[in-house]
Ligand binder design. Structure first.
Ligand code: SAM
Ligand code: SF4
Length: 357
C-alpha cells in the first residue's frame, strides 16, 4: 500500500470513497487521538444527516437464559453449570410488552439463548400474540441460528426484524471463539437467508474478543460492506468468570467507539445501538457511543426477578432498575448530551440496503 495517511483515509471514507481491507486495518491498528476525533466528528455529522438528534429506544425482553450452545465467551453457554436458568412464559412476555407499551415503546426485542423448549410453533404464537395486541409495534427476534424454514415461519407470524451478530468474519478466529459444531459459514447462511426473506437484519461483533487482531476487525468491516445490514450492534467483549475466557482482558471503550464511528461512515444509514456492554465498561460509554455515531438504545424490559440471571459477562450494567427507571434514566442521559429519545417504531431510513446512498 502507498503512504496514505490516516487523515486521508478518513476523508476518503467520509466522501463516500470506500476503503479496502488493508486501509481499514491501517486505521484500526494505530491512530492518534486527533485522528479519532476527526472520525467521530464525521460520524456525528452523518448520523445527524440521516437521523438528526433522534435516538430510538427499543424495549429488550430477555426471555430465556437456557442455551444449547457453548460459545466460549458467553456466560449462558451450556457448560456453565453455575449459570442461573429461567424462561418466561408467553403470558410473562406479553406482560412485559404491556408494561413497555405503557412506557411508550413501539419496538420489542425478544432475545434468548438457543432454548429448544421454545419450538417454532411457540415462537410464532408469541410473535402473533404480540402483533395482535400491539399492531402498531415492531417485533425483533434475536434467538440464534435456525433453518430458513424456521425464519420464514417467524416472518409469516409477524416478526419483521432479526438480530444475529456474525461475531467475527474470519473463519479461523471464529473457530477460536466457538466449539467445532458452530461455524462462521452457517452464521453467514443464516444472515443471507434472513435478508432474502425480507427481514430488517442486524448483525455485529464483539470488540476486543480473545485473539482478535486489527486484520480481523478489517475483515468485519468488509463483511458489513458485503451484507449491508440495516443494523449493526457492536460492544466490547467482557469476560465472564465462569467461562474459559475468564482471564482475558475486556475490549476497551475507546476501541469500541472508534469502530462505531467507522461503521457510521461505512454504512451511513445504519441503525447502530450504543450497547449495555459499552455502558458496563464505561459509565458514560453509551453517551460516548451516541456522540460518535450510534443512534439506538435498548433499555431492559425483562421482569426484575430475572435481570441478574441473564449474565453474558461480569458486572452487567442496568440490571437493578425497574423498566420505568431505565426508560427515564436513558431519556435524561440522552437529553444531557443534546439528543432526544424516540420510542416510535424507528425503522431504518432505507428499506433496501442494497441501494448505495
Ligand atoms: N443466543 C443468541 C445469539 O447468540 O445470537 C442471542 C443472545 S446472545 C447472548 C447475544 C450476543 O451477546 C452475542 O451475539 C454476543 O456477541 C454477545 N455476548 C455474549 N457473550 C459476551 C461477552 N462475554 N461479552 C460481550 N458480549 C457478549
Ligand atoms: Fe448461547 Fe448466544 Fe451465548 Fe452463544 S452467545 S452461548 S448462542 S446465548
Amino acid at each position: 500500500m502507498d503512504n496514505t495517511t490516516n487523515t486521508e483515509l478518513i476523508e476518503k471514507l467520509y466522501a463516500g470513497g470506500g476503503l479496502c481491507a488493508e486501509e481499514y486495518e491501517q486505521l484500526i491498528a494505530a491512530h492518534t487521538p486527533q485522528e479519532a476525533q476527526l472520525l467521530y466528528s464525521y460520524a456525528d455529522a452523518l448520523r445527524d444527516k440521516y437521523y438528526g438528534k433522534d435516538v430510538y429506544l427499543r424495549g429488550l425482553i430477555e426471555f430465556s437464559s437456557y442455551c444449547k450452545n457453548d460459545c466460549i465467551y458467553c456466560g449462558l453457554r451450556r457448560s456453565n453449570t453455575k449459570a442461573q436458568r429461567y424462561r418466561l412464559s408467553q403470558e410473562d412476555i406479553l406482560e412485559c410488552c404491556r408494561g413497555g407499551y405503557e412506557l411508550g415503546y413501539r419496538t420489542f426485542v425478544l432475545q434468548s439463548g438457543e432454548d429448544m423448549h421454545f419450538t417454532d410453533d411457540m415462537i410464532c404464537r408469541i410473535v402473533s400474540a404480540i402483533k395482535t395486541e400491539f399492531p402498531d409495534c415492531a417485533v425483533t427476534l434475536s434467538i440464534g441460528e435456525k433453518s430458513r424454514e424456521s425464519y420464514q415461519a417467524y416472518f409469516g407470524a409477524g416478526a419483521e426484524r432479526y438480530l444475529l451478530r456474525h461475531e467475527t468474519a474470519d473463519p479461523l478466529h471464529y473457530a477460536k471463539l466457538h466449539p467445532p459444531e458452530l461455524s462462521a459459514e452457517n452464521r453467514r447462511r443464516c444472515l443471507y437467508d434472513l435478508k432474502d426473506i425480507g427481514y430488517q437484519v442486524g448483525t455485529g461483533f464483539m470488540v476486543g474478543s480473545p485473539y482478535q487482531t486489527a486484520e480481523n476487525l478489517a475483515a468485519d468491516m468488509m463483511f458489513l460492506k458485503e451484507l449491508r445490514p440495516h443494523m449493526v450492534g457492536i460492544g466490547p467483549f467482557i469476560p465472564h468468570a465462569d467461562t474459559p475466557f475468564a482471564k482475558f482482558p475486556a475490549g476497551t471503550a475507546e476501541q469500541t467507539i472508534f469502530m462505531i464511528a467507522l461503521i457510521r461512515l461505512t454504512l451511513p444509514y445504519a441503525l447502530i445501538p450504543a450497547t449495555t456492554a459499552l455502558a458496563t465498561i464505561d459509565p458514560i460509554g453509551r453517551e460516548k457511543g451516541i456522540k460518535a455515531g450510534a443512534n439506538v438504545c435498548m433499555p431492559n424490559l425483562s421482569p426484575m426477578g430475572v435481570r441478574k440471571k441473564y449474565l453474558l459477562y461480569d458486572n452487567k450494567a442496568c440490571t437493578g432498575d425497574e423498566s420505568a427507571q431505565c426508560r427515564a434514566c436513558m431519556e435524561r442521559r440522552l437529553e444531557s448530551i443534546g439528543f432526544r429519545s424516540v420510542v416510535s417504531r424507528g425503522d431504518c431510513k432505507v428499506k433496501n440496503t442494497d441501494t448505495n446512498l
